[in-house]
Write a protein that binds this ligand. Structure first.
Ligand SMILES: [Ca+2]
Length: 246
């Protein structure tokens, strides 16, 4: 049963209309829904046709209108979803806290380290750096590390230094695990080249070099168990660090 039929049977004006004009029904092939003219055509022929057909065309057009907007809304939603997904895919990577361990020193003085092991938090990285012998609070931040003397002393016993890509010990970090502060140097490699903004000293003096292999301009951070922000002229320029005991 079509919507048009319901209207004719229940509407107050249905009876007089059917008496004067040709009725419209589902089995009337001349007015089957699939053959309805467009809205413009329907409007054009309305005066010469029945009032029953006006209801048929109006409801049909309304139904088409609603369906078109529903489909349009669905398409817009899908497009916006795709755009949001693309934005998420290109979002910057999360912070990471990595650890490298000194396993050798070349005759030149360059330190040989293990590949980086990376963790979601500084606390996890420090615990890993101590091979699990030193438990630190899960919420440990660079600030906590530098303010608690007992924590700082413990970390300094097995760490040459911790380098951060943010000022004042913030952002991602890389910890250098070792105990020899005799001038050996670490080449940052591509992943940390021209990125360091601050360092926490395990050794007394950390010399930050502009270029690999302890060359180019340099600046020292001095004072063990404390964090130091590099001067602006050396910010994001370090490509090697040498570690000194005095
Ligand atoms: Ca540089």
């Amino acid at each position: 049963m079509s919507v048009g039929e319901v209207r004719r049977e229940t509407g107050p004006e249905a009876r007089p209309v059917e008496e004067c004009f040709r009725p419209v029904s589902l089995d009337d092939s001349s007015t089957s829904p699939s053959e309805f003219p467009s809205a413009v055509q329907a409007a054009a022929i309305t005066p010469r046709n029945s009032i029953g057909s006006i209801d048929e065309y109006t409801m049909s057009d309304l139904w088409r209108f609603v369906m078109r907007w529903l489909v349009f809304g669905l398409v817009v939603t899908m497009v916006l979803g795709a755009v949001a997904s693309a934005g998420a895919a290109t979002a910057p990577p999360a912070r990471s806290h990595c650890v490298v361990r000194v396993v050798d020193e070349l005759p030149s003085g360059e330190l040989v380290t293990t590949p980086p092991e990376c963790y979601a938090t500084l606390a996890a990285a420090v615990t890993a750096a101590s091979s699990g012998t030193y438990e630190v609070p899960a919420g440990l931040s660079g600030r906590d590390l530098f303010l608690d003397p007992s924590v700082a002393a413990s970390v300094a016993s097995f760490t040459l230094g911790i380098h951060f890509d943010g000022r004042y010990g913030t952002g991602s970090s890389i910890s250098e695990v070792g105990s020899s502060c005799t001038g050996g140097w670490w080449n940052t490699g591509a992943s940390w080249a021209n990125r360091i903004s601050s360092s926490w000293n395990g050794c007394y003096r950390l010399r930050h070099h502009d270029l690999p292999n302890r060359s180019g301009s340099r600046v020292d951070t001095v004072g063990s168990q404390a964090t130091h922000t590099l001067p602006s002229w050396m910010d994001n320029r370090t490509e090697s660090v040498s570690y000194w005991g005095s």
